[in-house]
Design a protein around this ligand. Sequence first.
Ligand code: FES
Ligand code: MG
Length: 590
Amino acid sequence: MDRVPVKPFRSRDWFADPARSDMTALYLERFMNYGLTPAELRSGRPIIGIAQSGSDLSPCNRIHLELAKRTRDGIRDAGGIAMEFPVHPIFENCRRPTAALDRNLAYLGLVETLYGYPIDAVVLTTGCDKTTPSGIMAASTVDIPAIVLSGGPMLDGWHDGELVGSGTVIWRSRRKLAAGEIDEEEFLNRATDSAPSAGHCNTMGTASTMNAVAEVLGLSLTGCAAIPAPYRERGQMAYETGRRIVDMAYEDLRPSKILTRDSFLNAIRVVSAIGGSSNAQPHIMAMAQHAGVTLYPEDWSDHGYDLPLLVNMQPAGKYLGERFHRAGGVPAVLHELIAGGKLDTSCLTVTGRSIGENIAGRETRDREMIKPFDAPMMERAGFLVLKGNLFDFGIMKTSVISPAFRERYLSTPGAEDRFEARAIVFEGSDDYHHRINDPALDIDEGCILVIRGAGPIGWPGSAEVVNMQPPDALIQRGVLALPTLGDGRQSGTSDSPSILNVSPESAVGGGLSWIRTGDVVRIDLVAGTCDALVEPDEIARRKGEGLPPVPESNTPWEELYREKTGQLAEGGVLDFAVKYRGISAKTPRH
Ligand code: FES
Ligand code: MG
């Protein structure tokens, strides 16, 4: 190969260190046992890792087992040598006590793999919620050239002629079940019909959101995020991604050159415009921390609130992933943000060009799916950051607040967007499920459902439990949602009007630790405040009684996670890990 890399490939230190030819022999020999030749590994071509996130335990990402063949073709054709390896599985729906434990664990494992082996550049295969941020976090820490290949969503789900989307169908069917409109068998049929093919969630849940975020950050090829997993374009995208990462290796185009405060602010705006998941908040904060980019918790309201909802996709809208892709996907949304003056088009991307250059000519032609900036589905539809005596940070996704909810709670004459509610406090989700239908709680339209013990330290891991549905009796009367508040998260596919990701959490002494059932909570969405109307000396007295108990750690990782992980406001990262950045600058010792 006569092509000369901008910087010598780090794999040369393993395979061609003239000072240690004895070690070179050792490093080389075992790769021979599947047919590689010494000449290939010593040719000076870049070794391209394929971080394989798919497996039988990660069904959302399982398509990558197939796609990797096309990725390898691309890598080979462009002059690289592919080496595929597994990353720790993460399956959002199935992992107990929560998949949130695995984001930081997959991160740690991937850092060690990328740093400790002769890998010059990497394809991050993504899909299910946390597989995207964990990969990007690790690539930032190590800082070798990296490109994101999304696996893509499943095909649209249909049931009885109606679109049924991942997750959203569960929340909506639960309400129908509670109202007595469907039985358990129908519930199961609706759920299984929402999953018709390979791929990740087909709603604008956390998976679609985070893959869109990767594309906006400039880490994947243009249009990559939204292509459904079974479409032919997905295989073609895998091939082009494989080709491109080889060039990136030669160009030394690393995450630290791509990820900036401006690219992260673009990502926050896009999450609002697509009606994206509230889980994007901790994940974006976490990726920024590992990239060494300063983001403030308030950036979510300062840059992410006053934006219109543009994408008509569940849970905030009607349609699912296939139509989003056909409507133009992320590049088409970016065109609308440009029209509204809300995109920094100069940010660099993996193509080596700016994001503005990448999307030229990719406007939507489907106005039912992607609305114009000045005629959106909803104005001011982004994220609101709240604070008060109960917490320093909580966030609300306003695009899913239903008209009925707005009418009931946010239309008080003379008190625009302010309301008071009586707290009903639950100690985690088991307590909620046991007691929600207890008539003694006397839950009515004037209540707010509060859940604690659901944060990173309390759960541990932080659970998607804040989207609590009202008692059956209320649902039967047509009250489909009550305000909710909690130190956990909620599913990105949920349409619940919740205040969540509350930090600091109850388990570390945040305000939710002293709130009691019956307290009145005042929420002012204009002022951005949420307070329990409890006198300071009463608060002090309650604090003196100690914190609500949390369950013991059941695994070594749970214990370590609790010891080292921060709060959701800052992304819930392993705090000590943030200082390790750009570690590929030094190759590990022999
Ligand atoms: Fe994996 Fe939704 S559960 S993508
Ligand atoms: Mg989720």
